[in-house]
Ligand binder design. Structure first.
Ligand SMILES: *Cc1c(COP(=O)(O)O)cnc(C)c1O
Length: 232
């Protein structure tokens, strides 16, 4: 094992202990929570190291950075597109990234559906909801969720498998709790509506600074960048 891999293993062990403790506090099973290693800060070699030490899920947030990395390692791991997606770049992502966490508008849904149809597959999406209401954040406004679900309900090549949100950057992770709880409530609400294309199982929420609270509030995917891969 290389020095880099050793360091990743040590970081994973300490993250693992924190995840387990959060699961224990919330009476959740450890298997319900998956780590996405967010690799935007690091190069393709580091992705190779992450895969070598057993990380399965890789998250990238910019198309132009992600493509060369995917070219090298895309046959391994499960790739998640987590960043804002321009409509004209959707074609690069569909077919390469099995999960897209940033569905936030009708025009993107239409394009993803079109691309999914061309490849004869169903694009698995997370609906990104701007729970905190911060103007700087992407995501569908909560007020628009119902109309969005109605307008996409006839799209056969997208499936909304989860919800995603980003909490405000705060000193104390407790302040993010309301945002995560809000996303959990949307999951319940959407599932009660019983749209065939929106059977929500997953909650993509929690990053390096707030993943423990996100787990306590029901996260099934936590997106970890700096705590895992930031160079020392
Ligand atoms: C960068 C990024 C993350 C990870 O952020 P860290 O705070 O470094 O863990 C998670 N989600 C998205 C969408 C990101 O862009």
């Amino acid at each position: 094992m290389t020095k880099e891999q050793q360091l990743l293993k040590e970081r994973l062990q300490s993250i693992e202990a924190r995840i387990q403790a959060a699961c224990d506090r919330a009476n959740r099973k450890r298997e319900e929570v998956k780590i996405i290693a967010v690799t935007k800060y690091v190069d393709a070699d580091a992705i190779g190291d992450l895969l070598a030490v057993g990380v399965e899920n890789i998250g990238e947030n910019r198309v132009q950075d992600a493509l060369p990395k995917h070219q090298l390692h895309g046959d391994k791991g499960i790739w998640h597109f987590i960043g804002h997606l321009q409509t004209n770049k959707a074609k690069e992502v569909v077919g390469r990234f099995p999960y897209i966490h940033s569905l936030d508008r009708l025009s993107l849904a239409q394009e993803l559906n079109r691309r999914g149809e061309a490849l004869d597959h169903v694009v698995k999406c997370f609906l990104q909801i701007n729970i905190s209401g911060e103007e700087t954040k992407f995501g569908l406004s909560p007020n628009d969720v119902l109309a969005f679900l109605r307008e996409t309900s006839n799209m056969k090549h997208i499936s909304i498998v989860g919800l995603m949100t980003m909490a405000p950057v705060v000193e104390n992770q407790e302040e993010a709790r309301q945002v995560f709880r809000g996303l959990y409530e949307w999951k319940q609400r959407i599932n009660e509506m019983a749209f065939p294309h929106a059977q929500v199982e997953e909650l993509s929420m929690g990053m390096s600074s707030d993943f423990e609270v996100a787990i306590e509030e029901g996260a099934t995917y936590i997106r970890l960048g700096s705590v895992l891969v930031k160079p020392e």
